[in-house]
Design a protein around this ligand. Sequence first.
Ligand code: HEM
Length: 184
Amino acid sequence: MKGIVFTEFLEMVEKEFGLEVLDQIINESNLASGGIYTSVGTYDFIEMQSLIVKLSEKTGLSVNDLLYAYGKTFFAVLEKNHANIFSLYSGPLEMLASIENHIHVEVRKLYPGAELPTFRIIQQDNHFLEMMYYSDRSMYMFAKALMEQTFAHYHENSRIELEMVQENGTQVRFRIYKEPHAVS
Ligand code: HEM
């Protein structure tokens, strides 16, 4: 997993839960890196898992809720660092349908060693996208947050349904609906 995912995560922990919780989760997680990450480095995903499980214990929030919250934060990083990618797409569904064959392909070139999920498109039209998510990291709530923020980026509304195909979250079916704007 890329260092930027760790550095941004730790920044979020400090901001939301304070320096003390940050120090505690780093000290109690038994990290091979010692908790020192550079944004361009590559580290074992096990370290992220330990940090997030510890944070869950400290805060009483579930790992999934924390991954979802982190996805919301991480999207802002993507928007800031990769604004050019967003300008290539006319809307959220076009962008989400291109993650597998374009966006993450470019990401692999920019971030050697990146561990990315696989998305497989099942069905697609102008208002709907059905995709399968596959990843050993089971970060489907992180994915859901990124999807919702993609809609927000294009000022569109979404409704996103998840179906656990594997109980451990390594295979999840997403049904993504573009919803009409509320009439005011
Ligand atoms: C992971 C880049 C858009 C889904 C990642 C990682 C990077 C990245 C660098 C971390 C890889 C690692 O730590 O080894 C980008 C860029 C994007 C983009 C530059 C667009 C500008 C999206 C969008 C989604 C998405 C829109 C929506 C579903 C994910 C997921 C992961 C991930 C779920 C976590 C890894 C996993 O589940 O196995 N992405 N991404 N990405 N990305 Fe993207």
